[in-house]
Design a protein around this ligand. Structure first.
Ligand code: FAD
Length: 678
C-alpha cells in the first residue's frame, strides 16, 4: 500500500449518519474545526430509514437554531389510536390519547425522513465551520492503531487510521431485488471481499480522538475489540413508505393495530402524504441461521414491497388497503444489544447504533444516537480547547451506556407487547391490550428523551447510584431549593421576560448549545427581600473580583462570558427594578464596550404571551432563590444556595475538572477580542 498523504486532526469521525452529523455539528459550533468526517457511502440518504423526532431531540435542534426547519417540514403527530379485535375478532378503535404527554416539552413528536435531518446538519456544519468541515465520501477506513504510550499526553495524536478514497462506482451498495430504494443491500465491504482499486488514493490520518459512528455493524467497534451483549429475537418486521389508498378512518393518525391472527401494525403518518407501515411479518421467509429457535434469520433478499403490503392488508381487514408512490421499504429482525464498552483508552469512542440496536417502532434509534454524540461533543471540545481535564471523557461511557441499557429494557417490553398475539374470548393466553396501552402511556415519557437522568460524577454533583434511570432507583435527586430541577436531568423549559426590553423568552432559548456552562442565578424577590437584594450586590462584587470561578477558567483571549455565563432571573415585578440597579457584572460589556442587555430576566407577566411562572416550574422559592449550574448539553449539574458557601461550592465543583487558564481574565471590562464564531 502506498500512502500518498499524512495529516494530524483533532477528531476523525467515521460514519456520517445522525450520530456522526451531530458530533461534527457540535464541534463546529464550539469552534473545533480541525476535524474530518468520512463515510463509505457515495451519497447522502434521500429516502427511508429513521423518521421520528422526539421532544428532547427537537429541544436540542432548537438549541442549535434549526428546530424551525422541523416545525415547517415534518409531519406533526398529535394523537395515537389503538385498534384491537372485538369479541368477534374484527378490529375496532378501542382508545385514543395524545401522542406526546401533555406538558412534557414545548415540542411534540414529529416525523420526517432521516435524509432531511442530515441536510439540516449539513447546512449548520457549513455555517459554523465557515465551510471548512464537510462529509468526505466515499472514504473507507482500513486500519486503526492506538499508540498506548501516547494516550496520556493531551497534545499527542495517538490514533492512526489508514483511509482509502474510493471511486464512486465502488461505493454503490448492491440492492436486493428491486428498483425501489430500500434498506436491503449488501455493502461492498460487508462480505469482507473488497480489495480496492489500484488507483484508489490512500492516506494516513493521525488523530487525537477517533469517534466511530458507523452504525450497527460498526467497523470502529470491531477494531477496538468491543463486543455486544444481548440477542436477536424471533420477530421480523417490514417497513413500507408509500401513499395509501384506503377506507381506514385513522390513516392520518399514529395507530397501533393488533389483529386477532395476522399480527400487528404501527401506522406513522408522514410528510408529503406518505404513510409508514411497520408491519409484523409472521410468515417471513427465513434461512436456518445458527439453528436456534430464537435466532432463525430472515432471508432479506425475499422481502418485497408486495410481501409487506399483502401482510398489511390482512391486518387491516375488513378495511381495504392499496398503495401508490412506494418510496422505500425494508425488512428487519429485531436484535436487542448493547456494547460492553463505549471507548478504548478514552481516545477512540463509539456511539449511536454502533453501541445499541433495538426495534425502530418507538422511534428511538436515531434520537438516542444523536443524543449520544450530543453528550460527547462538548466534552471533546472542552478537552481539545484545553478548558477541561481529559478525565471528563470517562463520563461519556458512564452516562450513555446507562441510557442504552434502559433503552434495551424498554424495547424488550415494548416489542413483546407489540408483537404478541392479543388475548381473545376463547383464550386467556397472549398479550393484554390494556397492559399494552398502559405501558405505551408510561413508555411515551421515556421515549420523549426528556427524562434521561445522568448519575453522579465529576460533572453531576450528586452521589453515585441515585440516577432515576438506574434500575432500582425511581427517585430523582432533588435539592429542596430547586425542586423542579432534578440534578442529572435536562434543565426544563420555562418562559421569562427580558428585563431590558420586556420580550418574553423561553429561558432555554438564551442558553443555546454553544459550549458554555451556565449558572442560572435565581436571585429571588430582590425588591421585597432586602437580604436577597444585598446578596445580589455581594455576588456582583464577587464576580468583579480577580479570582472567580468565571475568570479562572476563561482564557484572556476569549470573551468573559464565553466559558461560564451567569444569567440572572429575579422574581420581582419587572417594572419595580431599574436596569442600572443590577451590578455591572450581570450586564458585562463586550470587546467593543457595548452593554449586554440579554442576561437579566424577570419571572413576570408579558403583554402578549402571559406569565411563564418560571419560579414555580423550576421549583424555586422567591424568598430564598438558588443557583442552578447547567452543563453545555443542558443537563442540571448542581444546585446551590445563595450564600458565600454556595459560591464556594460552585467554585469547588468547577475546580474538580476545569483547567485554570494562563493568563486568565484578571479584571472586569476592557477590550478582549472574541474567539467565538458569532
Ligand atoms: P447510521 O445511521 O447507521 O449511520 C452510520 C453511517 O456510517 C452510515 O452513513 C454508513 O454509510 C457509515 N458507515 C458504516 N460503516 C462505515 C465504515 N466502515 N466507514 C465509513 N463509513 C461507514 N430507525 C427507525 O427509527 N425507523 C426505521 O424504519 C429504521 N429503518 C432503518 C433501516 C436501515 C437499513 C438502517 C441501516 C437503519 C434503520 N433505522 C431505523 C435505524 C436508524 O436509522 C438508526 O438508529 C440511526 O440512523 C442511527 O444513527 P447512526 O448515526 O448511529 O448510524
Amino acid at each position: 500500500m502506498v500512502i500518498t498523504k499524512e495529516s494530524n486532526v483533532d477528531v476523525l469521525i467515521i460514519g456520517a449518519g445522525p450520530a456522526g452529523y451531530m458530533l461534527a455539528n457540535w464541534l463546529a459550533r464550539t469552534g473545533v474545526t480541525n476535524v474530518r468526517i468520512i463515510d463509505k457511502r457515495s451519497t447522502e440518504i434521500f429516502t427511508g430509514q429513521a423518521d421520528g423526532l422526539q421532544c428532547r431531540t427537537l429541544e436540542i435542534f432548537q438549541s442549535f437554531g434549526f428546530a424551525d426547519r422541523a416545525l415547517k417540514e415534518a409531519n406533526h403527530m398529535l394523537e395515537i389510536c389503538f385498534w384491537e379485535p372485538d369479541k368477534d375478532g374484527v378490529i375496532h378503535r378501542s382508545g385514543r390519547m395524545p401522542d406526546t404527554i401533555i406538558g412534557i416539552s414545548r415540542f411534540q413528536q414529529m416525523v420526517i425522513h432521516q435524509g432531511r435531518i442530515e441536510a439540516w446538519f449539513t447546512d449548520a456544519i457549513k455555517k459554523w465551520s465557515s465551510g471548512k468541515l464537510a462529509v468526505e465520501r466515499p472514504v473507507l477506513p482500513e486500519t486503526l492503531a492506538i499508540d498506548e504510550s501516547k494516550v496520556d499526553d493531551p497534545e499527542a495524536y495517538p490514533v492512526s487510521v489508514n483511509l482509502r478514497h474510493l471511486k464512486k462506482d465502488n461505493a454503490l451498495p448492491e440492492q436486493f431485488g428491486s428498483k425501489i430504494s430500500n434498506g436491503l443491500f449488501r455493502a461492498y465491504d460487508d462480505a469482507g471481499d473488497y480489495k480496492g482499486d489500484a488507483n484508489d488514493e490512500l492516506e494516513t490520518v493521525h488523530a487525537k480522538y477517533v469517534v466511530g459512528t458507523d452504525g450497527a455493524h460498526s467497523w470502529t467497534r470491531r477494531q477496538i475489540g468491543i463486543e455486544l451483549e444481548g440477542e436477536a429475537t424471533d420477530y421480523i418486521w417490514g417497513v413500507l413508505d408509500a401513499v395509501p389508498i384506503t377506507n381506514f378512518p385513522d390513516i392520518r393518525l399514529r395507530c397501533s393495530i393488533h389483529s386477532q391472527d395476522s399480527g400487528s401494525i404501527m401506522i406513522i403518518p408522514r410528510e408529503n402524504g406518505l404513510v409508514r407501515l411497520y408491519c409484523q411479518l409472521k410468515e417471513a421467509p427465513r434461512d436456518e441461521g445458527d439453528g436456534s429457535a430464537t435466532a432463525r434469520r430472515m432471508d432479506r433478499s425475499k422481502i418485497t414491497p408486495e410481501f409487506i403490503l399483502n401482510t398489511a392488508k390482512k391486518i387491516f381487514a375488513p378495511y381495504t388497503l392499496e398503495v401508490t408512490d412506494i418510496k422505500w421499504y425494508t425488512g428487519y429482525q429485531i436484535g436487542q444489544r448493547v456494547a460492553k464498552q463505549f471507548q478504548k483508552s478514552n481516545r477512540v469512542f463509539v456511539g449511536g447504533d454502533a453501541t445499541h440496536t433495538h426495534s425502530p417502532k418507538a422511534g428511538q434509534g436515531m434520537n438516542t444516537s444523536m443524543c449520544d454524540t450530543f453528550n460527547l461533543g462538548w466534552k471533546l471540545a472542552h478537552v481539545i480547547k484545553g478548558l477541561a481535564d481529559p478525565s471528563i471523557l470517562t463520563t461519556y461511557e458512564q452516562e450513555r451506556r446507562q441510557v442504552a441499557r434502559d433503552l434495551i429494557n424498554f424495547d424488550y417490553k415494548f416489542s413483546r407487547l407489540f408483537s404478541g398475539k392479543p388475548k381473545s374470548k376463547d383464550s386467556d393466553e397472549g398479550v393484554s391490550l390494556e397492559e399494552f396501552k398502559k405501558f405505551f402511556e408510561k413508555g411515551n415519557e421515556f421515549a420523549s428523551g426528556t427524562i434521561v437522568d445522568y448519575d453522579g460524577s465529576m460533572l453531576i454533583n450528586k452521589p453515585k447510584g441515585v440516577s432515576a434511570s438506574n434500575s432500582g432507583h425511581e427517585e430523582l435527586y432533588l435539592n429542596p431549593l430547586a425542586k423542579g430541577c432534578p440534578i442529572g436531568r435536562r434543565f426544563d423549559q420555562a418562559q421569562v421576560v427580558m428585563q431590558s426590553d420586556c420580550r418574553p423568552y423561553y429561558l432555554n432559548d438564551m442558553m443555546l448549545s454553544d459550549g458554555r456552562w451556565r449558572v442560572v442565578y435565581f436571585a429571588g424577590d430582590i425588591k421585597r427581600q432586602t437580604k436577597l437584594y444585598d446578596f445580589m450586590l455581594k455576588f456582583g462584587n464577587y464576580l468583579d473580583g480577580k479570582d472567580t470561578f468565571v475568570k479562572r477558567y476563561t482564557p484572556a483571549t476569549a470573551q468573559l462570558d464565553s466559558v461560564i455565563e451567569i444569567l440572572l432571573v429575579h422574581a420581582s415585578e419587572r417594572v419595580s427594578v431599574e436596569w442600572d440597579e443590577f451590578p455591572t457584572a450581570f450586564r458585562i460589556r463586550d470587546h467593543k464596550e457595548r452593554m449586554n442587555y440579554w442576561k437579566i430576566f424577570a419571572d413576570d407577566d408579558s403583554y402578549h404571551e402571559g406569565h411563564g411562572h418560571a419560579y414555580n416550574n423550576y421549583g424555586v422559592d422567591p424568598l430564598f432563590g438558588a443557583f442552578v449550574v447547567v452543563r453545555p448539553d443542558g443537563h442540571v449539574a448542581d444546585v446551590q444556595e445563595l450564600t458565600t458557601q454556595g459560591i464556594d461550592n460552585i467554585d469547588k465543583f468547577f475546580s474538580a475538572f476545569m483547567l485554570p487558564q494562563t493568563p486568565s481574565w484578571t479584571s472586569h471590562g476592557g477590550y478582549i477580542p472574541s474567539t467565538e464564531p458569532e
